[in-house]
Design a binder for this molecule. Structure first.
Ligand code: MV4
Length: 448
């Protein structure tokens, strides 16, 4: 097992990784920007190294500084956390080139899944069901027009380097195709420096359901069920639940087995998430995330598995301590993302938290670096806490969530807590009958 791990991240995920290390008796080195010098993970880690000024480009994304920090402190492994360099294949490969273990998949898998065209080709070979579309990249409008005849309208032109919906355009008919094609290309070029695009049939009202997979280096791959992530605004998830209220146990078993087999087929290592669109009782693979995800705690709640601990064990060469038949799903879990954002305008609200009081009691987990007096820096993303509740079933989880939201105090900063309090009384949330369009199209436009 590793002696010392460098945690190349900040905020709640840095604390999450730190806790797993402490539990496993592994020494920790936390890196931090000057803006995070007095953060909770810095205080709790065995050692800390300042890696630069507040701007992430000069600190948390500064590969030479991160690798130097690992070298001077004598670390044997690096955990990238969530975000920043977690899905940067060059970082993974540079870490390895310095004789350190990257706690994550192999760089080639990160690179492959970062290219959505390549990801779909790999996924198809591994037996995952795809959205009908072009077999690969589409280079010319003539080629797009030919392919569109078979795909049908409406269709989507998507950027190969895309993510977060950028470089994605709908064409409702043949005469909208050229406009969609060229505008997707130029948006992709501007955003990612890569104008490669591909085509897909447009699913008009899907759910976003993702399957957690985990694989070791000894030929074992297991799925840990799905997470329902349809409640989102501008590609930012706000509320996630496991299991999905939309699928049956046999659909779960089916898509889970397909995902686990694909993981094995790909030779993938570590934790990963296969993202699907789910419409009319059918799953369509769209992308794979090659990292731990923000919403991993809801999977931990229903499976009892510590995903960060397993990541570390896998990277250290150990075999998974469970097989598929040992995985039991217990009850229902929900995560609310608490962001330092205005609950109506979503403008960031950095500043000092004068008073902080988290929810507690049975079935409640709060992952956060907040404390009374903490200053939320303006330089990073606005997630400041994750509230995770677990109950014996969905209704019980919602009941616990309702009281947990009432107990939670973060003053005087406006946060998405207020939004969540309104959300949980919505008929669509209570019934579980919502799609990726619900929050933006129904909730935010209904009267207020
Ligand atoms: C789609 C789609 C409908 N049809 N693909 C958005 C970003 C991304 N990574 C994939 N996305 C979508 N792909 C087809 N063929 C609708 C979306 C989409 C979406 C997907 C997941 C979660 C939220 C979303 C919000 C808007 C659009």
């Amino acid at each position: 097992m590793f002696k010392k791990i460098l945690i190349a991240n900040r905020g709640d995920v840095a604390l999450r990784v730190l806790r797993a290390c402490k539990e496993m008796d592994i020494q920790t080195v936390i890196v931090h920007s000057t803006a995070d010098a007095d953060s909770m993970p810095v205080r709790l880690a065995d050692e800390s190294v300042c890696i630069g000024p507040p701007a992430a480009g000069q600190s948390y994304l500064n590969i030479p500084n991160l690798v130097s920090a690992a070298a001077v402190t004598g670390c044997d492994a690096v955990h990238p956390g969530v975000g920043f360099l977690a899905e940067n294949a060059d970082f993974a490969s540079i870490v390895q080139a310095h004789g350190l273990i990257f706690i994550g998949p192999e760089p080639e898998h990160i690179r492959q899944m970062g290219d959505k065209v390549q990801a779909k080709i790999t996924a198809a070979k591994a037996g995952l069901p795809l959205v009908p579309g072009s077999p690969g990249a589409v280079d010319t409008i003539e080629e797009a027009q030919k392919l569109a005849v078979d795909i049908g309208f409406p269709l989507l032109v998507k950027a190969a380097s895309g993510g977060g919906g950028r470089g994605m355009k709908v064409a409702n008919s043949a005469d909208e195709l050229s406009e969609a094609f060229y505008s997707a290309r130029s948006e992709a070029k501007a955003a990612f420096g890569d104008d490669t695009v591909y085509l897909e049939r447009y699913l008009d009202n899907p759910r976003h359901i993702e399957v957690q997979v985990i694989a070791d280096s000894h030929g074992n791959a297991v799925h840990l069920g799905e997470r329902e992530c349809s409640v989102q605004r501008r590609h930012q998830k706000l509320f996630e639940e496991a299991p999905s209220p939309a699928i049956t146990p046999s659909q779960r078993k089916n898509i889970g087995q397909i995902a686990a087999n694909a993981t094995l087929e790909m030779g993938y290592l570590g934790v990963g998430t296969m993202e699907f669109l789910f419409q009319d009782d059918e799953f369509f693979f769209i992308e794979m995330n090659t990292r731990l995800q923000v919403e991993h705690p809801i999977t931990e709640a229903i499976t009892g598995i510590d995903l960060v601990r397993e990541q570390i064990c896998i990277a250290a060469g150990q075999s998974l301590p469970f097989k598929q038949e040992n995985i039991q799903f217990e009850g229902h879990a929900i995560e609310c993302r608490i962001n330092a954002e205005h609950p109506e305008t979503f403008a960031p609200t950095p500043g000092i938290v004068n008073f902080y009081h988290p929810s507690g009691g049975a079935g409640i987990r709060v992952d956060t670096v907040l404390y009374s007096g903490y200053r939320i820096p303006p330089y990073y993303d606005s997630l400041i806490a994750k509230l995770i509740v677990h109950g014996r079933d969905r209704q019980h989880a919602l009941a616990r969530l309702r009281l947990a939201l009432q107990e939670f105090v973060i003053e005087p900063i406006p946060t998405t807590l207020e939004l969540h309090k309104r959300l949980i009384d919505e008929p669509a949330i209570v019934s579980g009958d919502y799609s990726i369009k619900w929050l933006e199209k129904e909730f935010f436009t209904a009267g207020d």
